[in-house]
Design a protein around this ligand. Structure first.
Ligand SMILES: [Zn+2]
Length: 118
C-alpha cells in the first residue's frame, strides 16, 4: 500500500492526498488529512541527499554500459550529462516523495499534527 502511494506521490501519513499540485509544485499541506509536508525549515535537505542517491542509481548502470562498450571521455559526457539533465525533474520529484515516506516511517506524525481527522 505504501509503495503504491509512493509511486503515485501520495501523502505519507494518510496515503491518499496528493503531495504535488503539479509535477514540480508541492502542496503545503495534505488536501485529505491536513498534515504540513515541510515539518520545519530545512526539512527537505535530506531530499537533496535522496536526489544524489537516485542520480547515482541512474548514472552507475550508464557508466557500466559505457565502460563495457569502450566509450571515450566525450562519449561519457555526451551520454551522462543529458541523461541526468532530462531526468532531474523526475529525480527532484521522487526524491521529495521518498524522503517524506522514509521520514514518516521513522518518525510517524501524531494525530495532533494533522488539522483534519482521517
Ligand atoms: Zn494526508
Amino acid at each position: 500500500m505504501r509503495l503504491k502511494s509512493l509511486l503515485k506521490s501520495r501523502c505519507p501519513h494518510c496515503l491518499e492526498g496528493e503531495i504535488f499540485l503539479s509535477f514540480m509544485t508541492m502542496n503545503e499541506t495534505c488536501p485529505v488529512c491536513g498534515i504540513k509536508f515541510e515539518r520545519e525549515n530545512g526539512y527537505f535537505m535530506m531530499a537533496v541527499f535522496m536526489g544524489y542517491v537516485m542520480g547515482t542509481a541512474v548514472a552507475l548502470p550508464l557508466i557500466l554500459i559505457l565502460y563495457l562498450s569502450g566509450a571515450s571521455l566525450a562519449g561519457y559526457l555526451i551520454t551522462l550529462i543529458p541523461a541526468l539533465i532530462v531526468l532531474s525533474p523526475v529525480i527532484f520529484h521522487y526524491a521529495r516523495v521518498v524522503w517524506l515516506h522514509i521520514d514518516e516511517i521513522l518518525d510517524p506524525r501524531r494525530e495532533q499534527e494533522s488539522s483534519k481527522s482521517l
